[in-house]
Design a protein around this ligand. Sequence first.
Ligand code: ACO
Length: 464
Amino acid sequence: MDGNLEALFRPKSIAVIGASEKPGKIGYAVMKNLVEYGYDGKIYPINIKGVEIEINGRKFKSYRSILDVPDEIDMAVIVVPAKFVPQVVEEAGKKGVKVLPIISSGFGELGEEGKKVERQIVEIAHKYGMRILGPNIFGVVYTPAKMNATFGPTDVMPGSLALISQSGALGIALMGWTILEKVGLSAVVSVGNKSDIDDADLLEFFKTDDNTKAILIYMEGVKDGRRFMEVAKEVSKEKPIIIIKAGRSERGAKAAASHTGSLAGADSIYTAAFKQSGVLRALTIGEAFDWARTLSNLPEPEGENLVILTNGGGIGVMATDAAEEEGLHLYDDLDELRVFANHMPPFGSYKNPVDLTGMAGAESYEGAVRDALANPNMHSIAVLYCQTAVLDPRDLAKIVIREYNESGRKKPLVVAIVGGIEAKEAIDMLNEEGIPAYPEPERAIKALAALYRWSRWKARQRRE
Ligand code: ACO
Protein backbone atom coordinates (compact mmCIF):
# COMPACT_ATOMS: atom_id res chain seq x y z
CA MET A 1 0.00 0.00 0.00
CA ASP A 2 3.07 2.29 0.07
CA GLY A 3 2.38 3.41 -3.47
CA ASN A 4 -0.97 4.78 -2.31
CA LEU A 5 0.69 7.13 0.15
CA GLU A 6 3.17 8.13 -2.53
CA ALA A 7 0.15 9.00 -4.72
CA LEU A 8 -1.28 11.14 -1.92
CA PHE A 9 1.77 13.41 -1.91
CA ARG A 10 3.19 13.12 -5.40
CA PRO A 11 0.25 12.28 -7.66
CA LYS A 12 0.93 12.52 -11.38
CA SER A 13 -2.71 13.36 -12.03
CA ILE A 14 -5.61 14.55 -9.87
CA ALA A 15 -9.37 14.36 -10.43
CA VAL A 16 -11.68 16.63 -8.44
CA ILE A 17 -15.02 14.86 -8.19
CA GLY A 18 -17.62 17.53 -7.53
CA ALA A 19 -15.55 20.32 -9.11
CA SER A 20 -17.70 23.38 -9.57
CA GLU A 21 -17.59 26.40 -11.83
CA LYS A 22 -19.09 28.56 -9.06
CA PRO A 23 -16.71 30.64 -6.90
CA GLY A 24 -17.66 30.22 -3.25
CA LYS A 25 -18.19 26.45 -3.52
CA ILE A 26 -15.67 24.01 -2.09
CA GLY A 27 -15.45 22.19 -5.43
CA TYR A 28 -14.31 25.46 -7.00
CA ALA A 29 -11.89 26.39 -4.19
CA VAL A 30 -10.02 23.09 -4.47
CA MET A 31 -9.61 23.56 -8.23
CA LYS A 32 -8.45 27.15 -7.68
CA ASN A 33 -5.86 26.18 -5.07
CA LEU A 34 -4.50 23.39 -7.27
CA VAL A 35 -4.05 25.82 -10.15
CA GLU A 36 -2.82 28.83 -8.16
CA TYR A 37 -0.31 26.94 -6.04
CA GLY A 38 1.27 25.73 -9.26
CA TYR A 39 0.57 21.97 -9.37
CA ASP A 40 1.96 20.92 -12.71
CA GLY A 41 0.48 17.43 -13.01
CA LYS A 42 -2.78 16.89 -14.85
CA ILE A 43 -6.02 18.15 -13.29
CA TYR A 44 -9.34 16.58 -14.29
CA PRO A 45 -12.55 18.16 -12.96
CA ILE A 46 -15.49 15.78 -12.66
CA ASN A 47 -18.90 17.43 -12.67
CA ILE A 48 -22.15 15.62 -13.23
CA LYS A 49 -23.43 18.43 -15.47
CA GLY A 50 -20.26 18.48 -17.55
CA VAL A 51 -19.79 22.24 -17.10
CA GLU A 52 -16.65 24.06 -18.21
CA ILE A 53 -14.63 25.39 -15.27
CA GLU A 54 -12.56 28.52 -15.62
CA ILE A 55 -9.82 29.35 -13.14
CA ASN A 56 -7.82 32.56 -13.70
CA GLY A 57 -8.55 32.44 -17.41
CA ARG A 58 -7.53 28.77 -17.73
CA LYS A 59 -10.40 26.67 -19.03
CA PHE A 60 -10.97 23.07 -17.91
CA LYS A 61 -13.31 20.69 -19.67
CA SER A 62 -15.05 18.57 -17.04
CA TYR A 63 -16.11 14.95 -17.30
CA ARG A 64 -19.48 13.69 -16.08
CA SER A 65 -17.87 10.63 -14.54
CA ILE A 66 -14.30 9.75 -13.64
CA LEU A 67 -14.76 6.70 -15.88
CA ASP A 68 -14.90 9.04 -18.90
CA VAL A 69 -11.38 10.47 -18.32
CA PRO A 70 -9.06 9.21 -21.07
CA ASP A 71 -6.03 9.02 -18.76
CA GLU A 72 -4.78 7.35 -15.60
CA ILE A 73 -5.66 9.05 -12.33
CA ASP A 74 -3.55 8.73 -9.18
CA MET A 75 -5.64 10.74 -6.76
CA ALA A 76 -9.29 11.77 -6.73
CA VAL A 77 -10.42 14.47 -4.31
CA ILE A 78 -14.09 13.94 -3.47
CA VAL A 79 -16.31 16.98 -2.89
CA VAL A 80 -19.83 15.67 -3.53
CA PRO A 81 -22.53 15.37 -0.85
CA ALA A 82 -22.18 12.29 1.40
CA LYS A 83 -25.06 10.39 -0.21
CA PHE A 84 -23.20 10.26 -3.56
CA VAL A 85 -19.87 9.26 -2.08
CA PRO A 86 -20.27 5.41 -2.16
CA GLN A 87 -21.09 5.55 -5.86
CA VAL A 88 -18.18 7.82 -6.81
CA VAL A 89 -15.79 5.72 -4.70
CA GLU A 90 -16.92 2.63 -6.65
CA GLU A 91 -16.29 4.47 -9.94
CA ALA A 92 -12.88 5.67 -8.79
CA GLY A 93 -12.04 2.05 -7.94
CA LYS A 94 -13.03 0.89 -11.40
CA LYS A 95 -10.86 3.65 -12.82
CA GLY A 96 -7.81 2.41 -10.89
CA VAL A 97 -7.37 5.49 -8.70
CA LYS A 98 -4.85 4.97 -5.87
CA VAL A 99 -5.94 7.37 -3.17
CA LEU A 100 -9.08 9.31 -2.28
CA PRO A 101 -9.08 12.36 -0.04
CA ILE A 102 -12.77 12.68 0.85
CA ILE A 103 -13.62 16.25 1.88
CA SER A 104 -17.35 15.54 2.28
CA SER A 105 -18.79 15.57 5.79
CA GLY A 106 -21.75 13.56 7.02
CA PHE A 107 -20.26 10.21 8.06
CA GLY A 108 -18.91 8.78 11.32
CA GLU A 109 -19.09 12.14 13.07
CA LEU A 110 -22.90 11.84 12.92
CA GLY A 111 -23.12 8.58 14.86
CA GLU A 112 -23.73 4.89 14.20
CA GLU A 113 -25.55 5.24 10.88
CA GLY A 114 -22.80 7.44 9.49
CA LYS A 115 -20.13 5.08 10.79
CA LYS A 116 -21.79 2.25 8.88
CA VAL A 117 -21.59 4.15 5.58
CA GLU A 118 -18.02 5.14 6.40
CA ARG A 119 -17.07 1.48 6.85
CA GLN A 120 -18.84 0.69 3.58
CA ILE A 121 -16.83 3.20 1.57
CA VAL A 122 -13.58 1.91 3.11
CA GLU A 123 -14.61 -1.63 2.08
CA ILE A 124 -15.30 -0.48 -1.46
CA ALA A 125 -11.96 1.35 -1.59
CA HIS A 126 -10.00 -1.63 -0.27
CA LYS A 127 -11.72 -3.96 -2.73
CA TYR A 128 -9.96 -1.93 -5.44
CA GLY A 129 -6.70 -1.46 -3.52
CA MET A 130 -7.41 2.24 -2.87
CA ARG A 131 -6.81 4.17 0.35
CA ILE A 132 -9.07 6.85 1.81
CA LEU A 133 -8.00 10.05 3.55
CA GLY A 134 -10.87 11.33 5.69
CA PRO A 135 -13.77 11.72 5.22
CA ASN A 136 -14.64 15.10 6.77
CA ILE A 137 -11.37 16.84 5.85
CA PHE A 138 -10.12 20.02 4.20
CA GLY A 139 -7.64 18.23 1.95
CA VAL A 140 -3.91 17.77 1.57
CA VAL A 141 -0.89 19.94 0.66
CA TYR A 142 2.58 18.83 -0.36
CA THR A 143 4.79 21.82 -1.06
CA PRO A 144 7.67 20.05 -2.89
CA ALA A 145 5.12 18.96 -5.52
CA LYS A 146 3.47 22.40 -5.46
CA MET A 147 0.22 20.65 -4.67
CA ASN A 148 -2.46 22.39 -2.65
CA ALA A 149 -5.56 20.20 -2.83
CA THR A 150 -7.47 21.96 -0.07
CA PHE A 151 -10.05 24.68 0.33
CA GLY A 152 -7.75 26.44 2.83
CA PRO A 153 -5.32 29.30 2.19
CA THR A 154 -3.26 29.17 -1.00
CA ASP A 155 0.20 30.55 -0.24
CA VAL A 156 1.62 27.94 2.11
CA MET A 157 5.31 28.69 2.75
CA PRO A 158 7.51 25.77 1.71
CA GLY A 159 9.72 24.30 4.42
CA SER A 160 10.49 21.14 6.37
CA LEU A 161 7.59 20.71 8.80
CA ALA A 162 4.75 18.27 8.10
CA LEU A 163 1.50 19.31 9.79
CA ILE A 164 -1.21 16.72 10.44
CA SER A 165 -4.55 17.90 11.82
CA GLN A 166 -7.53 15.96 13.03
CA SER A 167 -9.52 19.17 13.34
CA GLY A 168 -10.57 20.73 10.06
CA ALA A 169 -11.28 24.31 11.01
CA LEU A 170 -8.23 24.50 13.27
CA GLY A 171 -6.06 22.94 10.58
CA ILE A 172 -7.18 25.51 8.02
CA ALA A 173 -6.62 28.30 10.52
CA LEU A 174 -3.16 26.97 11.32
CA MET A 175 -2.30 26.92 7.62
CA GLY A 176 -3.08 30.64 7.49
CA TRP A 177 -1.18 31.24 10.70
CA THR A 178 1.95 29.49 9.42
CA ILE A 179 1.93 31.84 6.42
CA LEU A 180 1.74 34.88 8.69
CA GLU A 181 4.34 33.53 11.11
CA LYS A 182 6.74 32.30 8.41
CA VAL A 183 6.72 28.65 9.39
CA GLY A 184 7.81 26.60 6.38
CA LEU A 185 5.79 23.45 5.68
CA SER A 186 6.52 20.36 3.63
CA ALA A 187 2.98 19.06 3.99
CA VAL A 188 -0.41 19.70 5.52
CA VAL A 189 -2.70 16.71 5.96
CA SER A 190 -6.24 16.87 7.25
CA VAL A 191 -7.11 13.43 8.63
CA GLY A 192 -10.68 14.07 9.82
CA ASN A 193 -12.49 10.87 10.73
CA LYS A 194 -9.43 8.69 9.96
CA SER A 195 -11.60 5.95 8.47
CA ASP A 196 -8.58 4.43 6.74
CA ILE A 197 -5.31 6.40 6.49
CA ASP A 198 -4.31 7.37 10.01
CA ASP A 199 -1.51 9.18 11.81
CA ALA A 200 0.67 6.06 11.91
CA ASP A 201 0.47 5.61 8.11
CA LEU A 202 1.42 9.24 7.61
CA LEU A 203 4.28 9.04 10.10
CA GLU A 204 5.67 6.09 8.17
CA PHE A 205 5.58 8.14 4.99
CA PHE A 206 7.21 11.19 6.56
CA LYS A 207 9.90 9.07 8.20
CA THR A 208 11.50 8.47 4.83
CA ASP A 209 10.42 11.70 3.14
CA ASP A 210 13.57 13.76 2.50
CA ASN A 211 11.56 16.97 2.40
CA THR A 212 10.29 16.57 5.96
CA LYS A 213 12.50 17.11 9.02
CA ALA A 214 9.87 17.27 11.78
CA ILE A 215 6.20 16.36 12.18
CA LEU A 216 3.55 18.26 14.15
CA ILE A 217 0.23 16.54 14.90
CA TYR A 218 -2.96 18.04 16.30
CA MET A 219 -4.72 14.97 17.67
CA GLU A 220 -7.90 14.28 19.56
CA GLY A 221 -7.61 10.53 19.70
CA VAL A 222 -6.12 7.48 18.02
CA LYS A 223 -8.00 4.35 17.03
CA ASP A 224 -5.12 1.88 17.27
CA GLY A 225 -3.05 3.30 20.10
CA ARG A 226 -0.56 0.44 20.25
CA ARG A 227 0.37 0.68 16.58
CA PHE A 228 0.58 4.45 16.75
CA MET A 229 3.02 4.35 19.66
CA GLU A 230 5.16 1.66 18.01
CA VAL A 231 5.40 3.64 14.79
CA ALA A 232 5.93 6.94 16.64
CA LYS A 233 8.85 5.42 18.55
CA GLU A 234 10.52 4.23 15.36
CA VAL A 235 9.95 7.57 13.62
CA SER A 236 11.22 9.53 16.64
CA LYS A 237 14.55 7.77 16.28
CA GLU A 238 14.89 9.56 12.92
CA LYS A 239 12.76 12.69 13.11
CA PRO A 240 11.11 14.61 15.95
CA ILE A 241 7.34 14.39 16.45
CA ILE A 242 5.46 17.13 18.30
CA ILE A 243 1.90 16.42 19.35
CA ILE A 244 -0.86 18.65 20.63
CA LYS A 245 -3.23 16.10 22.13
CA ALA A 246 -6.49 17.81 22.93
CA GLY A 247 -9.18 16.46 25.22
CA ARG A 248 -7.00 16.50 28.35
CA SER A 249 -9.85 17.23 30.70
CA GLU A 250 -12.85 14.97 31.17
CA ARG A 251 -15.16 17.48 29.58
CA GLY A 252 -12.67 18.19 26.77
CA ALA A 253 -12.54 14.47 26.02
CA LYS A 254 -16.35 14.41 25.69
CA ALA A 255 -16.17 17.35 23.26
CA ALA A 256 -13.58 15.46 21.21
CA ALA A 257 -15.89 12.45 21.04
CA SER A 258 -18.65 14.49 19.44
CA HIS A 259 -16.25 16.45 17.23
CA THR A 260 -14.43 13.71 15.36
CA GLY A 261 -15.88 10.59 17.01
CA SER A 262 -12.58 10.02 18.83
CA LEU A 263 -12.32 8.01 21.98
CA ALA A 264 -9.89 10.25 23.75
CA GLY A 265 -8.86 7.75 26.46
CA ALA A 266 -7.30 8.58 29.81
CA ASP A 267 -4.93 11.46 29.37
CA SER A 268 -2.27 10.09 31.70
CA ILE A 269 -1.95 7.05 29.45
CA TYR A 270 -1.21 9.30 26.48
CA THR A 271 1.33 11.30 28.46
CA ALA A 272 3.21 8.17 29.50
CA ALA A 273 3.05 6.63 26.03
CA PHE A 274 4.26 9.80 24.31
CA LYS A 275 7.19 10.04 26.69
CA GLN A 276 8.17 6.46 26.03
CA SER A 277 7.97 6.97 22.28
CA GLY A 278 10.11 10.11 22.27
CA VAL A 279 7.12 12.23 21.26
CA LEU A 280 7.24 15.84 22.46
CA ARG A 281 3.89 16.85 23.85
CA ALA A 282 3.05 20.55 23.53
CA LEU A 283 0.18 21.99 25.50
CA THR A 284 -0.64 24.94 23.27
CA ILE A 285 -0.50 25.82 19.58
CA GLY A 286 2.05 28.54 20.28
CA GLU A 287 4.35 26.17 22.13
CA ALA A 288 4.03 23.50 19.43
CA PHE A 289 5.03 25.87 16.64
CA ASP A 290 7.79 27.44 18.71
CA TRP A 291 9.32 23.99 19.08
CA ALA A 292 8.56 23.05 15.48
CA ARG A 293 10.57 25.98 14.15
CA THR A 294 13.65 24.73 15.96
CA LEU A 295 13.10 21.02 15.39
CA SER A 296 12.39 21.33 11.67
CA ASN A 297 15.31 23.65 10.91
CA LEU A 298 18.26 23.05 13.18
CA PRO A 299 20.83 20.29 13.52
CA GLU A 300 21.11 18.41 16.82
CA PRO A 301 23.59 19.77 19.35
CA GLU A 302 26.80 17.80 19.73
CA GLY A 303 27.05 18.58 23.41
CA GLU A 304 25.47 20.34 26.35
CA ASN A 305 27.28 23.71 26.36
CA LEU A 306 24.94 26.61 25.63
CA VAL A 307 26.21 30.15 25.11
CA ILE A 308 23.88 33.13 25.44
CA LEU A 309 24.89 36.35 23.67
CA THR A 310 22.94 39.48 24.58
CA ASN A 311 23.03 43.28 24.58
CA GLY A 312 20.67 43.48 27.52
CA GLY A 313 21.33 42.21 31.02
CA GLY A 314 17.60 41.77 31.66
CA ILE A 315 16.83 39.43 28.79
CA GLY A 316 20.10 37.63 29.49
CA VAL A 317 18.92 36.89 33.03
CA MET A 318 15.49 35.82 31.85
CA ALA A 319 16.99 33.48 29.26
CA THR A 320 19.32 32.07 31.94
CA ASP A 321 16.37 31.38 34.25
CA ALA A 322 14.56 29.61 31.43
CA ALA A 323 17.67 27.59 30.58
CA GLU A 324 18.09 26.47 34.21
CA GLU A 325 14.41 25.52 34.45
CA GLU A 326 14.63 23.53 31.23
CA GLY A 327 17.78 21.67 32.27
CA LEU A 328 20.09 23.39 29.79
CA HIS A 329 23.72 23.88 30.74
CA LEU A 330 25.33 27.30 30.37
CA TYR A 331 28.95 26.90 29.32
CA ASP A 332 31.20 28.26 32.03
CA ASP A 333 34.82 27.79 30.99
CA LEU A 334 36.05 31.34 31.54
CA ASP A 335 39.28 30.78 29.65
CA GLU A 336 37.29 30.06 26.51
CA LEU A 337 34.56 32.60 27.16
CA ARG A 338 37.18 35.34 27.47
CA VAL A 339 37.27 35.49 23.66
CA PHE A 340 34.06 37.52 23.82
CA ALA A 341 35.86 40.32 25.67
CA ASN A 342 37.20 41.30 22.23
CA HIS A 343 33.70 42.31 21.19
CA MET A 344 32.56 44.42 24.14
CA PRO A 345 33.54 47.53 26.06
CA PRO A 346 35.46 47.04 29.34
CA PHE A 347 32.26 47.19 31.37
CA GLY A 348 30.73 44.26 29.46
CA SER A 349 30.70 40.73 30.86
CA TYR A 350 32.04 37.72 29.04
CA LYS A 351 30.69 35.36 31.70
CA ASN A 352 27.82 33.40 30.29
CA PRO A 353 25.25 34.99 29.62
CA VAL A 354 27.67 37.08 27.60
CA ASP A 355 26.64 40.73 27.94
CA LEU A 356 27.88 42.71 24.95
CA THR A 357 26.18 45.74 26.59
CA GLY A 358 23.73 48.29 25.23
CA MET A 359 26.55 49.71 23.12
CA ALA A 360 26.72 46.53 21.06
CA GLY A 361 26.55 47.34 17.37
CA ALA A 362 27.00 45.33 14.19
CA GLU A 363 30.69 44.58 14.74
CA SER A 364 30.18 43.38 18.29
CA TYR A 365 27.46 40.91 17.33
CA GLU A 366 29.27 39.83 14.19
CA GLY A 367 32.45 39.00 16.09
CA ALA A 368 30.69 37.32 19.00
CA VAL A 369 28.40 35.20 16.82
CA ARG A 370 31.34 34.19 14.61
CA ASP A 371 33.50 33.18 17.58
CA ALA A 372 30.69 31.20 19.20
CA LEU A 373 29.97 29.37 15.95
CA ALA A 374 33.65 28.56 15.46
CA ASN A 375 34.36 27.20 18.95
CA PRO A 376 33.82 23.41 19.05
CA ASN A 377 33.20 23.49 22.82
CA MET A 378 30.24 25.82 22.41
CA HIS A 379 27.50 23.46 21.29
CA SER A 380 24.46 25.70 21.00
CA ILE A 381 23.89 29.44 20.80
CA ALA A 382 21.11 31.82 21.76
CA VAL A 383 21.48 35.30 20.27
CA LEU A 384 19.35 37.83 22.15
CA TYR A 385 18.76 41.43 21.22
CA CYS A 386 16.84 44.30 22.83
CA GLN A 387 16.13 46.81 20.10
CA THR A 388 18.20 50.01 20.54
CA ALA A 389 19.04 52.89 18.23
CA VAL A 390 22.60 51.58 17.98
CA LEU A 391 21.76 48.62 15.74
CA ASP A 392 18.73 48.14 13.50
CA PRO A 393 17.38 44.65 14.29
CA ARG A 394 17.11 43.95 10.56
CA ASP A 395 20.87 44.50 10.25
CA LEU A 396 21.38 42.10 13.14
CA ALA A 397 19.20 39.57 11.28
CA LYS A 398 21.39 39.94 8.18
CA ILE A 399 24.54 39.39 10.25
CA VAL A 400 23.16 36.27 11.92
CA ILE A 401 21.92 34.86 8.60
CA ARG A 402 25.28 35.43 6.92
CA GLU A 403 27.42 34.10 9.79
CA TYR A 404 25.22 31.06 10.34
CA ASN A 405 25.17 30.15 6.66
CA GLU A 406 28.93 30.68 6.32
CA SER A 407 29.55 28.43 9.33
CA GLY A 408 27.68 25.62 7.57
CA ARG A 409 24.78 25.52 10.10
CA LYS A 410 26.49 22.79 12.11
CA LYS A 411 25.15 23.67 15.56
CA PRO A 412 21.77 24.91 16.79
CA LEU A 413 21.31 28.66 16.95
CA VAL A 414 18.16 30.43 18.10
CA VAL A 415 17.41 34.14 18.19
CA ALA A 416 15.16 36.34 20.32
CA ILE A 417 14.60 39.97 19.43
CA VAL A 418 12.53 42.16 21.73
CA GLY A 419 11.32 45.42 20.24
CA GLY A 420 8.95 47.12 17.85
CA ILE A 421 8.05 46.86 14.18
CA GLU A 422 11.65 46.51 12.99
CA ALA A 423 12.15 43.70 15.50
CA LYS A 424 9.14 41.87 14.06
CA GLU A 425 10.53 42.34 10.54
CA ALA A 426 13.91 41.01 11.65
CA ILE A 427 12.22 37.97 13.23
CA ASP A 428 10.38 37.30 9.96
CA MET A 429 13.61 37.63 7.96
CA LEU A 430 15.32 35.05 10.17
CA ASN A 431 12.39 32.64 10.12
CA GLU A 432 12.16 32.87 6.34
CA GLU A 433 15.78 31.71 6.27
CA GLY A 434 15.00 28.81 8.59
CA ILE A 435 16.71 30.38 11.62
CA PRO A 436 14.23 30.14 14.51
CA ALA A 437 13.55 33.60 15.88
CA TYR A 438 11.16 34.68 18.63
CA PRO A 439 9.92 37.89 20.24
CA GLU A 440 10.76 36.68 23.77
CA PRO A 441 13.95 35.12 25.16
CA GLU A 442 12.16 32.35 27.09
CA ARG A 443 10.46 31.11 23.95
CA ALA A 444 13.79 30.80 22.15
CA ILE A 445 15.31 28.90 25.08
CA LYS A 446 12.32 26.60 25.51
CA ALA A 447 12.36 25.76 21.82
CA LEU A 448 16.05 24.94 22.05
CA ALA A 449 15.27 22.82 25.12
CA ALA A 450 12.74 20.81 23.08
CA LEU A 451 15.51 20.03 20.58
CA TYR A 452 17.75 18.93 23.47
CA ARG A 453 15.00 16.73 24.95
CA TRP A 454 14.50 14.90 21.68
CA SER A 455 18.23 14.59 21.07
CA ARG A 456 18.84 13.19 24.57
CA TRP A 457 15.97 10.71 24.17
CA LYS A 458 17.55 9.49 20.94
CA ALA A 459 20.92 9.10 22.63
CA ARG A 460 19.29 7.04 25.43
CA GLN A 461 17.64 4.79 22.85
CA ARG A 462 21.00 4.12 21.24
CA ARG A 463 22.51 3.19 24.61
CA GLU A 464 19.66 0.86 25.60
N1 ACO B 1 -20.37 13.38 -9.79
C1 ACO B 1 -19.85 14.54 -10.22
N2 ACO B 1 -20.30 15.74 -9.83
C2 ACO B 1 -21.30 15.77 -8.96
C3 ACO B 1 -21.90 14.61 -8.46
C4 ACO B 1 -21.40 13.36 -8.92
N3 ACO B 1 -21.93 12.22 -8.52
N4 ACO B 1 -22.88 14.96 -7.63
C5 ACO B 1 -22.88 16.31 -7.58
N5 ACO B 1 -21.93 16.79 -8.39
C6 ACO B 1 -21.56 18.18 -8.63
C7 ACO B 1 -22.68 19.16 -8.43
O1 ACO B 1 -23.42 19.36 -9.59
C8 ACO B 1 -21.95 20.42 -8.00
O2 ACO B 1 -21.43 21.12 -9.10
P1 ACO B 1 -22.13 22.53 -9.58
O3 ACO B 1 -21.73 23.55 -8.54
O4 ACO B 1 -21.51 22.79 -10.91
O5 ACO B 1 -23.59 22.28 -9.61
C9 ACO B 1 -20.75 19.87 -7.24
O6 ACO B 1 -20.61 18.50 -7.64
C10 ACO B 1 -20.98 19.85 -5.73
O7 ACO B 1 -22.21 19.27 -5.42
P2 ACO B 1 -23.34 20.05 -4.59
O8 ACO B 1 -24.53 19.18 -4.54
O9 ACO B 1 -23.52 21.42 -5.13
O10 ACO B 1 -22.69 20.08 -3.16
P3 ACO B 1 -22.06 21.28 -2.37
O11 ACO B 1 -20.92 21.87 -3.08
O12 ACO B 1 -23.08 22.20 -1.87
O13 ACO B 1 -21.50 20.46 -1.11
C11 ACO B 1 -19.79 19.23 -0.03
C12 ACO B 1 -20.64 19.37 -1.27
C13 ACO B 1 -18.89 20.45 0.09
C14 ACO B 1 -18.96 18.00 -0.14
C15 ACO B 1 -20.74 19.17 1.22
O14 ACO B 1 -21.64 18.12 1.06
C16 ACO B 1 -20.00 18.92 2.49
O15 ACO B 1 -19.77 17.81 2.92
N6 ACO B 1 -19.57 20.02 3.12
C17 ACO B 1 -18.74 19.96 4.33
C18 ACO B 1 -17.27 19.91 3.94
C19 ACO B 1 -16.44 20.05 5.16
O16 ACO B 1 -16.61 20.96 5.95
N7 ACO B 1 -15.47 19.11 5.37
C20 ACO B 1 -14.66 19.11 6.55
C21 ACO B 1 -13.61 20.11 6.34
S1 ACO B 1 -12.82 20.60 7.72
C22 ACO B 1 -13.73 21.83 8.44
O17 ACO B 1 -14.47 21.52 9.30
C23 ACO B 1 -13.48 23.20 8.06
